[in-house]
Design a protein around this ligand. Structure first.
Ligand SMILES: Nc1ncnc2c1ncn2[C@@H]1O[C@H](COP(=O)(O)OP(=O)(O)OP(=O)(O)O)[C@@H](O)[C@H]1O
Ligand SMILES: [Mg+2]
Length: 246
């Protein structure tokens, strides 16, 4: 089932001539990790900000579990957990306060928030700093507490913008495992990345966007087979390179 749909979605920033996202049509399915790839400035973050309701949509429609993101915004957004690429915003909160804050927003019971966050806190070695202010955390620690906060309401759609930037190898492995486990429970995981090796390893499907236009999407194994088993890096460079010459 298509849990998230983008239908002819476009966005132009004020003062810009060019569309940052241009007529995007895409569906995301239950149980899959979808990697959203594209060069710098391609429109990945803009797409993610529209899906998470941070940016308005100029035209087109986004639905989340059948709910229209504009007309039924709260109901649609209840299903989304988001890890931004710009760090956690609540630097004065402790990790514990942040998790409780996120859990309060999404009406998560005290017991549920404890069981859901306890395991992740230990897996990410955050126990020692859990009662310290997030502003004192390293970048990687901030990324990790952000994903714990994004998962505390068990969202049907987990959205991550460049989640692996600045993470050490153990944390990258934990992030990958968490994303896989979340998708395997029947949820959607949608993330942007430049790290093609990693995308190749963990994505079920990918989409490549360039200059706001989706230029390729589909099952990663099928795409690779159709391209003569080239690496994702080769496919990406060919597709993104060709598109920029048009
Ligand atoms: N706040 C903004 N105001 C005006 N233009 C913007 C703004 N944010 C992004 N853009 C423009 O929109 C286009 C898409 O940017 P976006 O941030 O979505 O790209 P991206 O694919 O996330 O790139 P990156 O890989 O560098 O993160 C770019 O041309 C960018 O200059
Ligand atoms: Mg971006």
């Amino acid at each position: 089932m298509n849990e998230v749909t983008f239908q002819n979605v476009s966005k132009t920033y004020a003062g810009n001539q060019v569309k940052a996202v241009d007529d995007l049509t895409l569906s995301l399915n239950a149980g899959e990790i979808f990697g959203f790839l594209g060069p710098n400035g391609a429109g990945k973050t803009t797409t993610i900000k529209m899906l998470t309701g941070i940016l308005s949509i100029d035209c087109g429609q986004i639905t989340v579990f059948g709910r229209d993101l504009v007309r039924e915004s709260i109901a649609a957004k209840r299903n989304i957990g988001f890890v931004t690429d710009s760090g956690v915003l609540f630097e004065k909160m402790t990790g514990r306060e942040f998790i409780n804050f996120m859990a309060d927003i999404y009406d998560v019971s005290l017991e549920q928030r404890r069981t859901r966050s306890d395991e992740l806190i230990d897996r990410f070695s955050l126990r020692e700093v859990f009662d310290k202010q997030i502003g004192s955390y390293s970048h990687g620690m901030q990324q990790k507490i952000a994903i714990v906060g994004a998962l505390v309401h068990e969202p049907g759609v987990l959205v991550l913008d460049e989640p692996m930037v600045g993470l050490d190898p153990q944390s990258v492995r934990e992030f990958k495992n968490i994303m896989r486990a979340h998708a395997d429970k029947g949820n959607v995981v949608f993330f942007s990345t430049h790290v093609l090796d990693m995308a190749e390893k963990i994505c079920d499907r990918i989409g490549i966007i360039n200059k706001g236009k989706l230029i390729m999407s589909g099952d990663l194994d099928e795409i690779k087979a159709a391209k003569g088993d080239e690496s994702l890096e080769d496919i990406f460079l060919t597709v993104a390179g060709t598109a920029s010459e048009v």
